[in-house]
Design a protein around this ligand. Sequence first.
Ligand code: XIL
Length: 568
Amino acid sequence: MKLRLPLLLPLCLGFISASAQTVIEDFESYEIGTEMDVFRIYGGSAGQAVIEARPNNPNNKALHFTTSSWNAFPCLTLTLPAGTTLADYSAISFDLYRMTDDEDYKVMDIRVDSKQLFQSSYVHHADVGVWTNKKYDLNGIDSDGPTFVISLGVNTPAGNYYIDNIAVKKAADIGYDINDDEQTLRHWAERCGKRVGMSVSNTDNGFWSLMDNDNNMMNKTLYRNFNMVVAGNEMKFDALEPEQGKFNFDAADRLVEYAEKHGMAVRGHTLCWHSQLPAWLNAGSDGSSNGNNYTKQQLLDILKNHITTVVTHYKGRIKEWDVVNEMLSNGGGSMRGSIWYKTIGECYIDSAFVWAHRADPDALLYINDYTVEEMGTTKGDALYNLAKRLVDRKVPIHGVGLQTHVTSGKLDFTKVENNVRRYAALGLNCIFTEVDIKIPKSQFGKESAWQTQANDYYQLAEIQLRNANCPNLVIWGIADPYSWIIGETKGSYGEPLIFSDDYVAKPSFFKLREAYQTAAQAGIGDITANPDHSAEPDPDAMYDLTGRKVNSDYRGFVISNGRKYILR
Ligand code: XIL
């Protein structure tokens, strides 16, 4: 017996962590052959829900569902642990097993007490012949008591799938009180007059289907903590001009409305890039060919029309744009051989800025690239030289964006800050536009790796705070499981963001917040200490930094009662 003890302990621990979920229906108490209710929408018909032996494991039972027409789902009345209602849980999950003759790419539909919890479009839900665990956020849906009715399944006229182990998951302890302003990032960044931003995208995190649900944790994490938002894909050339001359602003408009509702600024990303170009441009998979043999003039006209239409559409609402993105070659030794550069020449950059400026003279215009964070590197210096040339030629450019897709522990922050400062000397802003700080797979989940990463985020925020020409720091993704880095590095790197699964705050979140909070309370760089952060400037005695009296329409730093405030 003694010998078995060391073996039992790890097993127990494993069991405890898995038990964060409570299985509320495993179908074991039913007789084989029992028929369960079927929920039919839009007059849906033929569907059968029967308890059977579980595929791959005949000693267990599962619910087998078959249909021969659309719009029928297994319908179950389930009971939660005593004393709880659905509001006590954040997610519901179940195992799904699809048979080979089940049609793929159909709509997944889940309703709780007839409230729609989830409806996917036509996407692949699970491979055939294996059990797949599916998990969905409850998004604040509640039940009157411990009992609730759920209908769940795949909407297909040839349905043939099994469901088992329906479980509920307690709301995770996310590490801070998201409802308390003073525990959010946004609160303290705003006290410093800075923007802390986040990218959202349908591809990376399906944000558009969640944006109207204020209880959804992804959405709430965003609007409570950030005062700037960027479309990860939805404002790119292919998204906005899918057919030549025909623009589709639907998704982008919804994001701008969302930002306005939540008092956030929008960064427009991006007007001219070699990647994510529409098929009609025929620029090849890497954006380097000119398959339609456009002349220089034709391509200039295409770019001018795109930039003018997009910037005009958002005039006054999108206050800053990444006008040109990733124009330098990988190593930075030359210009990238994109369709734009190869057909037009480097002046496509100058023209792009001029057209954007004409369309919205008040918008701030940025040039943006990656591996340009440090001064003294080939690519970092190439970007500086390009920006300087544009400034010297009086091209309307207002700043450079350092994407900052980096590996944890690798940045030299002195070189980064020197870089930010040399742009100030040129009269340019220099901001962090797409920050993610990836960790190698071997270090996943390790406290020491998360601390190193937290220090990196902290150092970037400190640079932002110390430098008046660095108003923004934008993070590229809302939670680790959804980061584009996982696909980009084929899984060899990950965990690059400040929230982990279930939007739990990582050390990186706390260090970032510490940077903003300390700056707001103790002062840093241009930011004056304002420990009594509830104090407001006196509207009848506010002065701008040159001592001129201003009124409450003024935007920017003001002095009042001997203190500095930011009016926005
Ligand atoms: C990424 C998106 O996050 C992905 O969803 C998409 O598949 C590829 O593009 N530099 C940029 C961003 O300027 O637009 C890229 O975003 C990441 C690298």
